[in-house]
Design a protein around this ligand. Structure first.
Ligand SMILES: [Zn+2]
Length: 392
């Protein structure tokens, strides 16, 4: 490899510039020393790049203190570009508009009908994006990209939702392409668990970490895996399907076609069916959590048992990936210690002690906003250097 020709010098410089920009984008704000540590670049190189980015108006530099010493913090300029996040859930649609300095400028959520057709869902999302951009005071040509979250695996090759998706009217549709055409903006798509992981990594309980798993327990169960600071998706985009770990070969048939998957023991439909004989059919998971917190013994037992089962999945994950933190999200996470303590018990019982010792199991801090904030972070993580500079 030659580094002495002008061409490769400049491509090296561009690569370094992109490393600095990416580090700042994902952290929100960093001191120059932190940038040097995070990127492995020398202090002098970082200092030169920061000066160049400041002159082009891409970053702003402010005086701050770090460990009692004066330092200079670098963040992206608030008007360097706008990002949009859209989160389609089983029963909700959330949209957020933010800037590259990690400020959320406008946000809205609305309930949607499970049986809504994809086209109606896109109509509503389009209208919400336009309304929020107006509210935030930006025109659509300021938008660098849109992050879109969907509640199911996305086929990497076709961009279509897999057949196991929880929104039945969406099977076979490529939501990213559809929305990109409607909005005239680049759209990045990912599943809800990966976005929850990104949201908590950038804004919530995973800040400052590079290895974590976000486990979303709602209608289904999925995990978003962050390895070395990046979402790990696997070649087919299905990494993190923790809900389909087999717990009982002779157990109930799962929607994936196997038997006794973790999801069949902790998904909301199963938990509600356990309580239907005593509490009736008209129950929801948030209501079960509420009753448990008020002391209902049946609800407490069902949540604790679900926690133990989730914990066996977390123990497997812990042995394979050795994450620093597991963050629980989704409806069941609202139960707090009622579900977390049994998860920790199972991890202590089934995981390798050295891996379990380093692990903390905590609730997410973003609640239902984790995915839509993760959709904003997805754009920041996927955009290239041209995206940050071209619109500056
Ligand atoms: Zn399954």
């Amino acid at each position: 490899m030659s580094t002495d020709t002008p061409g490769s010098q400049s491509s090296l410089h561009r690569a370094n510039l992109e490393r600095v920009l990416r580090a700042v984008r994902m952290a929100g704000s960093l001191t120059q020393a932190e940038i040097a540590r995070g990127t492995g670049l020398s202090a002098a190189t970082v200092s030169n790049i920061v000066r160049e980015l400041k002159e082009s108006g891409t970053v702003v530099v402010a005086d701050t203190s770090s460990g009692g010493r004066r330092a200079r913090s670098v963040s992206l300029s608030g008007d360097a570009g706008i990002v949009v996040g859209i989160d389609f859930g089983h029963t909700h649609l959330r949209v957020a508009v933010g800037n590259l300095a990690h400020r959320v400028l406008a946000e809205e959520s609305a309930p949607i009908d499970v049986d809504v057709s994809a086209q109606q869902g896109f109509d509503r999302a389009e209208a919400m994006v336009e309304r929020l951009l107006t509210q935030a005071g930006f025109r659509s040509d300021k938008v660098i990209g849109v992050g879109l979250g969907v509640p199911g695996p996305i086929d990497v090759e076709t961009g279509a939702l897999g057949s196991t998706a929880i929104l039945p009217g969406w099977t076979g549709i490529a939501p990213g392409r559809e929305l990109a055409e409607r909005l005239g903006m680049p759209v990045h798509v990912d599943n809800d668990a990966n976005l929850g992981a990104l949201g908590e990594l950038v804004w919530g309980a995973g800040r400052g970490l590079s290895d974590l798993a976000y486990i979303k327990v709602a209608s289904g169960v999925g995990a978003g895996l962050v390895v070395n600071g990046q979402i790990y998706r696997g070649p087919g985009g299905t990494a993190g399907e923790i809900g389909h770990i087999t717990l009982d070969e002779a157990g109930p048939v799962c929607r994936c076609g196997n038997r006794g998957c973790l999801e069949t023991f902790v998904g909301s439909r199963y938990l509600l069916s356990l309580l239907a004989p005593t509490l009736g059919q008209d129950l929801s998971l948030p209501r079960v959590v509420e009753l448990a917190q008020q002391g209902d013994l049946g609800c407490r037992r069902v949540i604790a048992d679900a926690g133990r089962q989730i914990g066996t999945g977390v123990a497997t994950l812990c042995n394979l990936l050795n994450p620093r933190r597991v963050i629980l999200g989704g409806d069941l996470a609202e139960a707090g210690e009622l579900v977390l303590a049994p998860i920790r018990d199972s991890v202590a019982r089934y995981a390798i002690p050295s891996a379990a010792r380093q692990l903390s199991v905590v609730p997410g801090t973003l609640g239902g906003r984790a995915e839509v904030l993760g959709a904003l972070a997805l754009v920041m993580s996927e955009m290239g250097e041209s995206g940050a500079l071209g619109r500056a």
